[in-house]
Design a protein around this ligand. Sequence first.
Ligand code: SIN
Length: 325
Amino acid sequence: MLATELGSLSLSNPVLSASGTFGSGWEGRQFSDLGRVGGLVSKTVTLRPRPGNPPPRIVETPSGMLNSIGLENKGVDYFLAETWPRMQQIAADGLAAHGARPRLLINIGGESVDDFVQLAARFSAAGVDALEVNLSCPNVQEGKLLFSTDPRLTEQAVRAVKQVATVPVFAKLSPNVTDVVAIARAAEQGGADGVTAINTLIGMKIDWRKRRPVIARGIGGLSGPAIHPVAVRMVYEIARAVRIPILAAGGARSAEDVLEFVCAGASAVQIGTAMFTDPALMVAIVDDLRQLLTGHGTTIRELRGAALAHPLAPVLACKPAEVAR
Ligand code: SIN
């Protein structure tokens, strides 16, 4: 009933953590049985350690949160030595307890195509379940064009990663574009096994009393319930245009939100910002999903993309007489 697929990757259920909101899972394992979630997505890992952006770099907003972390992490060597074995432990515990384990997706970030390629090779060799290629972090640009704001750069980066990766590759897309469908198509063209949609929307908060932005770097990425309808719209539009699976992300905080994304065409859904206030939320959502699907006699597979079949109302033109008036 809850089972789903992300291309060749089968998941016991469609609930995963969103990158950057739950560490590697290790920190959150005290709050719930993580062996019961469909998957865990790591915080972005880069080739070299990154100190991240200067504080303040996070602020709450109405119905959401702005962050400008700047991909702080200790680099791939540290991750493989210290963090990866812990993620594997969570998966092994899940398998022993439930006969199924969360899939482990590693989110990788780079300043160049070569960074992504090296990371993809290292993590493929380590035996991760899939890679999520972060082409869309809004907080590290330094004047450079973001990979996922340009179809050509997206296709080029994905193609290069696919040449070395031996595991499925998901391209994480930015919503900060005019046409997200063109970027999703470029990822598909480059050979992506799927896309993650969406990363954060660029936003800003100003403290008028201090006459300055609250976030030290001025702007940050907006996440949380405020962006959920935007994410649903983008998943729906992408699902109409590409054949590869979609991993939805953007403000989901309930089983209802997950099923909305699934109807829009998502195969699985990441839970992010909501876990800052309830780190046990993913498992609660899995339980709620089971109850809802049982109650409605349906499954994730049956609901996937269900809304795409619904005809949309046409735009009604003005009647000539009304125009004249
Ligand atoms: C960050 O570390 O700045 C956030 C990561 C992201 O938005 O991709």
